[in-house]
Ligand binder design. Structure first.
Ligand code: FNR
Length: 360
């Protein structure tokens, strides 16, 4: 059996395999509610054999949405809207995760297919974004710097959102500390110029992430896996580098995090990244090596053989894919075929004729 299609257990959740659907915003929510789109979109990946389906960046508070069309889980009504989506994923054999997020200074922006760019004005449904410091992301409105009660509220919002996620049936939560959103903005010296206990040294800049991990762990108990997505580098001079992030990941592990999902960049518009197949995998390997904790690799992984090699080389314990699942929601079934896995073990019985009777 391949490693990719070997089960993995974290705390009390067993994943049927290690090819996972990366969180992807659909910008298709009405007032924070997931709806029909999310239901079909997420369930199809479970039918397609993924081991874990992580729903998009879901805001812990209304002002934490990237755009007015993001999903949220800031109250019980939105929690209840997630429950049938989770049930649909479970019914098809995959674990269900949710990415809990606060967009920080990148909140209140137009969604990618809105036909407009930049910040949404208040008159058109926008709001004032908040951040560690009043420093704008290039092209966006200047955010308001959070005060101490505001920071404590963010931590409490993550905690309450994690409770609702578990109550909605999600098997795990992933905390979004990457891609230039609020938690990442605290971590990076390029966006955090605070002079209080939430800024300055790496330890101070990491404080909010660690407080969120501790609060979420205390809330969800010992059974539920808690993942953290980090950007391993800001890809810009003076920004975070992978060794900083590996240090923070080690602290986060001690605070109760289980696995690190290692992405990169997104903090500043002037970043310089060179992408290519598996371009972020070395970051996952570095964090794994430095912390001894399991990691997931992500970024241009498009075949079962490529994903298997990442695991065989000891660079990560699981692989997330995003766009390849959008191109082919049955990517995991295809990957299983490439790796000569028994199709009967993964193919839904309703679909298995399509496998047996395939043209050769
Ligand atoms: C994303 N990505 C992303 N990442 C994240 O942490 N939270 C999110 O909500 C989103 N939203 C999102 C939407 C869409 C349409 C895409 C294509 C991507 C990034 C995604 O999870 C993944 O990290 C990258 O796409 C790189 O992986 P692939 O696509 O090369 O497999």
């Amino acid at each position: 059996m391949s490693l990719l299609f070997s089960p993995l257990t974290i705390r009390e959740t067993t994943f049927r395999n290690r090819l996972w659907v990366s969180p992807m915003c659909m910008y298709s929510a009405e007032d924070g509610f997931p709806g029909d789109w999310h239901h079909v979109h997420l369930a199809q990946f479970a039918s397609g054999g993924a081991g874990l389906v992580v729903s998009e960046a879901t805001a812990v508070s209304p002002e934490g949405r990237i755009s007015p069309r993001d999903t949220g889980i800031w109250d019980d009504a939105r929690r209840d809207a997630w429950a049938p989506v989770v049930a649909a994923v479970h019914a098809r054999g995959a674990a269900a995760g949710i990415q809990l997020a606060h967009a920080g200074r990148k909140a209140s922006t137009w969604w990618p297919f809105a036909g407009r760019q930049g910040s949404v004005p208040a008159a058109e449904g926008g709001w004032t974004a908040v951040a560690p410091s009043a420093i704008a992301y290039e092209g966006f409105a200047v955010p308001a710097a959070l005060d101490e009660p505001g920071i404590l509220r963010v931590i409490a919002d993550f905690r309450a959102a994690a409770r609702r996620a578990v109550d909605a049936g999600f098997d795990l939560v992933e905390l979004h500390a990457a891609h230039g959103y609020l938690l990442h903005e605290f971590l990076s010296p390029l966006s955090n110029e605070r002079e209080d206990r939430w800024g300055g040294s790496l330890e101070n800049r990491a404080r909010i992430v660690l407080e969120v991990v501790r609060a979420v762990r205390a809330e969800v108990g010992e059974a539920v896996p808690v993942l953290v997505r980090f950007s391993a580098t800001d890809s810009a001079p003076g920004g975070l580098e992978v060794d900083d992030v590996a240090t923070v990941a080690g602290w986060a592990r001690d605070a109760g995090a289980d696995l690190f999902d290692v992405s990169s960049s997104g903090l500043v518009a002037h970043q310089r990244i060179s992408t290519g197949p598996g371009y972020q995998v070395p970051f996952a390997a570095r964090v794994r090596e430095a912390t001894g904790a399991p990691t997931a690799a992500v970024g241009i992984v498009t075949s079962g053989e490529q994903a298997e090699r990442i695991l065989q080389d000891g660079q990560a314990d699981a692989v997330f894919a995003g766009r390849e699942f959008l191109r082919d929601p049955h990517f995991a079934l295809r990957a299983a075929g490439e790796l000569h896995e028994d199709p009967a073990a993964l193919w839904p019985p309703q679909y298995v004729r399509a496998y047996r009777e395939r043209p050769r």
